[in-house]
Design a protein around this ligand. Structure first.
Ligand code: NAD
Length: 547
C-alpha cells in the first residue's frame, strides 16, 4: 500500500500527536492498518462530518464562552483540520468564540487558561539571538506573521505577554476565512514588559514582570526581529497588531517602504469601515463627497479610516483639503481643532479651523455629521442624546460603534435602533444579536477587519508581493462593498453574511493580487487565471487520504 508523501514518514502515536496530520477517530480501517494505528484508537470509524457534529455539540454544552474558547484551542492543538472544518462550517457561531469578544477575556485570563504554548515568544533578553529563536519554529515556509507587543489589546489596554491570544486568534482567522495554510502562519509576542499593575503583582503572569521598555532597547528588538524574519522567513508578510498608538504609527512609517508589512488596526480597520460607508450610501442614496464624518477616537483606527476616506474622496476628484474637511474627530480632550496645542502629528492633519467643543454631543449638534464612527474604546459614549441629535439631522443616521470587545462598544445595536426610531444604519466591531423593533428584525453588520485582512493576506501570499500599499486596502473595501446584496441591506446589514467569508476573502485576494501585478510589486509573473490560482491555493480543512 502506498503512503502519501505529506506524512513525512510519520506513523503510530506520532501521527496522532501531530495536529496538522491527526484525524482522530476518522482514520479509516486501511489507514489504521498501514500506519500502525490499530489499537491506538477506539474501534468506531467516524466521518469528519460526524466529528464536526460531535465537537459542535461539545462546544454548545460548555457553560461559558471562556470554556468554549479553551475547548476550541485544545481542539486546534490536537486536530487542526477538524478545528478549521468546525470554524468554517459554523463561522458565525465560532468567530465570536475564537476572536472578539471572547479572545479579549481569554487574554485577560491567559495565565490561568494557559495549557500549551502557541507561537513564538521573544523578549528583551533575546536581543542578539532573535535569529536563533526564529529557527526554533518547526515550520520553514512561514508566509504570514502576526506580531504584537501586547500594549493595546482590543480596547482592553496593556495586557503584556497575555496579548499572545490576539496573534493566535488572528492567524486562525487567516486560515478559517481565507484558507492560508496553518503551517504558513506564525504568531509572535514581543515581550517588552507591561505597565499593567495587576499583572506586575501577579505571581502567575506569563511574561517578563518589568515595566514596559520605551527606550532604544525596544526599537533594537523590533529591528532585530524584522531583520531576522527577512533572513529566516524571506517570503513572510509581517502584520503589526495591537501596538500602542505611538509605536504603531511610527513602526508603520519606518517599515512600510522597506519590507512586506502592514498594520491591521490602522489599514485593515480603515478598509472594512470604508466598505461599510459605501454600503450605507446605497441605503441613504447619498454620495461620498457629500458626507461629514465625525469620529469618536483619533487613534490608530480613527486616523487610519480618515486617511483612507481622504484617499477615496481624492479618487473621486475631491481636493485633499476639502476631503480632510469632511473628517472630524473628538478625542479624550474634545473636538480636534487647529487651535489645540496638545495634538500629535497624526491628529494635526485633521485639525480644522473651528471653535472647540468639549463634548461629543456639542460636536454632533454643531457639525451635524451624516456618519458617526466610534473607535475610542470607550463604552456608553454614544448616549441617547448623542444618537437622538444625530437622528434629528439625518433621515438615516449612520452609527458605527466599532470598539472591541462588546463591553467597549460605544453603544449597543438595541440602543442605536431604539433611539433613532429604527432609522439607524448600524454596525459594530463585535457582533450583536438581532433586534426586533415594532415587528421588524434588524440584523446589524459586524464592522470588523476580519472581513479584510484574511483576503488581503492571501492576495499578498499568492502574488508574493514585496510591499503592502494603501491601494490594496482601498480595492479590498470596494470589493467587500460590492458583495453586499440587496437582501443584506434590507435587514440592515452593511456587510455580506459572514457565512460567505471564504468567497469574500477569495475575491479580495484576487483584487489585491491584481494590484500587486499591475504595480510591479513582485518578481512573479501573473498567472493566466488569477482567480483560479487564488482558489487553488486556499487550504482545505477536509481530511486528505493518507493511503
Ligand atoms: P488607540 O489607542 O490608537 O486610539 C484610541 C483613541 O480614543 C485615542 O485617540 C484616544 O484619545 C481616544 N479616546 C480615549 N478616550 C476617549 C474619550 N473618553 N472620548 C473620546 N475619545 C477618547 O486605539 P485604536 O487602535 O484606535 O482602537 C480604538 C478602539 O477601536 C478599540 O476598542 C479597538 O478594539 C477598536 N478597533 C476596532 C476594530 C474593528 O475592526 N472593528 C479595528 C481596530 C480597532
Amino acid at each position: 500500500m502506498k503512503l502519501k508523501s505529506h506524512l513525512h514518514g510519520k506513523r503510530g502515536a506520532d501521527l496522532l500527536h501531530d495536529p496538522l496530520l491527526n484525524k482522530g477517530t476518522a482514520f479509516t480501517e486501511a489507514e489504521r492498518d498501514a500506519l500502525g494505528l490499530r489499537g491506538l484508537l477506539p474501534p468506531h470509524v467516524a466521518t469528519q462530518d460526524q466529528q464536526v457534529a460531535r465537537v459542535l455539540e461539545t462546544v454548545r454544552r460548555k457553560p461559558t464562552d471562556l470554556e468554549r474558547y479553551i475547548y476550541l484551542i485544545s481542539l486546534q492543538e490536537r486536530n487542526e483540520n477538524l478545528f478549521y472544518r468546525l470554524v468554517t462550517d459554523h463561522v458565525t457561531e465560532m468567530m465570536p468564540l475564537i476572536y472578539t469578544p471572547t479572545v479579549g477575556l481569554a487574554c485577560q485570563r491567559y495565565a490561568l487558561i494557559f495549557r500549551r504554548p502557541r507561537g513564538l515568544f521573544l523578549s528583551l533578553h533575546d536581543r542578539g539571538r532573535v535569529k536563533q529563536v526564529l529557527q526554533n519554529w518547526p515550520h520553514a515556509d512561514v508566509r504570514m506573521i502576526v506580531v504584537t507587543d501586547g500594549e493595546r489589546i482590543l480596547g482592553l489596554g496593556d495586557l503584556g505577554a497575555n496579548g499572545m491570544g490576539i496573534p493566535v486568534g488572528k492567524l486562525s482567522l487567516y486560515t478559517a476565512c481565507a484558507g492560508v495554510a496553518p503551517d504558513q502562519c506564525l504568531p509572535v509576542m514581543l515581550d517588552v514588559g507591561t505597565n499593567n499593575a495587576a499583572f506586575l503583582q501577579d505571581p502567575h503572569y506569563i511574561g517578563t514582570a518589568q515595566p514596559r521598555e520605551r527606550g532604544p532597547a525596544y526599537d533594537a528588538l523590533v529591528a532585530e526581529f524584522v531583520a531576522a524574519v527577512q533572513e529566516i522567513f524571506p517570503r513572510a508578510c509581517i502584520q503589526f497588531e495591537d501596538f500602542g498608538n505611538a509605536n504603531a504609527f511610527r513602526l508603520l512609517r519606518e517599515y512600510r517602504d522597506k519590507i512586506c508589512t502592514f498594520n491591521d488596526d490602522i489599514q485593515g480597520t480603515a478598509s472594512v469601515t470604508l466598505a461599510g460607508v459605501y454600503s450605507a450610501l446605497r441605503l441613504t442614496q447619498g454620495r461620498l463627497a457629500d458626507q461629514r464624518f465625525l469620529f469618536l477616537g483619533a487613534g490608530e483606527a480613527g486616523i487610519g479610516i480618515g486617511e483612507l476616506i481622504v484617499g477615496a474622496l481624492r479618487a473621486e476628484g475631491v481636493s485633499e483639503d476639502a476631503a480632510r474637511r469632511q473628517c472630524w474627530y473628538v478625542d479624550s480632550q474634545g473636538l480636534v481643532v487647529a487651535g489645540r496645542t496638545d495634538l500629535v502629528e497624526h491628529k494635526r492633519r485633521f485639525a480644522h479651523d473651528h471653535p472647540g467643543a468639549t463634548s461629543l454631543l456639542a460636536a454632533v449638534e454643531t457639525l451635524q455629521p451624516t456618519m458617526l464612527i466610534g473607535v475610542s474604546g470607550m463604552p456608553a459614549t454614544f448616549t441617547e442624546p448623542v444618537v437622538r441629535a444625530l437622528a434629528r439631522c439625518n433621515a438615516r443616521p449612520v452609527v458605527f460603534a466599532l470598539s472591541n470587545p462588546t463591553s467597549k462598544a460605544e453603544c449597543t445595536a438595541e440602543q442605536a435602533y431604539t433611539w433613532s426610531e429604527g432609522r439607524a444604519i448600524f454596525a459594530s466591531g463585535s457582533p450583536f444579536p438581532d433586534f426586533v423593533l415594532n415587528g421588524r428584525t434588524y440584523q446589524s453588520g459586524q464592522g470588523n477587519n476580519s472581513y479584510i485582512f484574511p483576503g488581503v493576506g492571501l492576495g499578498i501570499i499568492v502574488s508574493q508581493s514585496q510591499r503592502v500599499t494603501d491601494e490594496m486596502f482601498f480595492v479590498a473595501a470596494k470589493v467587500l462593498a460590492s458583495l453586499v446584496t440587496e437582501q443584506d441591506l434590507a435587514v440592515g446589514r452593511v456587510y455580506p453574511n459572514l457565512q460567505r467569508i471564504r468567497e469574500v476573502s477569495a475575491a479580495i485576494a484576487t483584487a489585491v493580487a491584481q494590484v500587486v501585478f499591475q504595480r510591479g510589486l513582485t518578481q512573479m509573473l501573473c498567472p493566466e487565471d488569477l482567480a483560479a490560482r487564488v482558489k487553488a491555493q486556499m487550504y482545505d480543512p477536509n481530511y486528505p487520504d493518507y493511503v
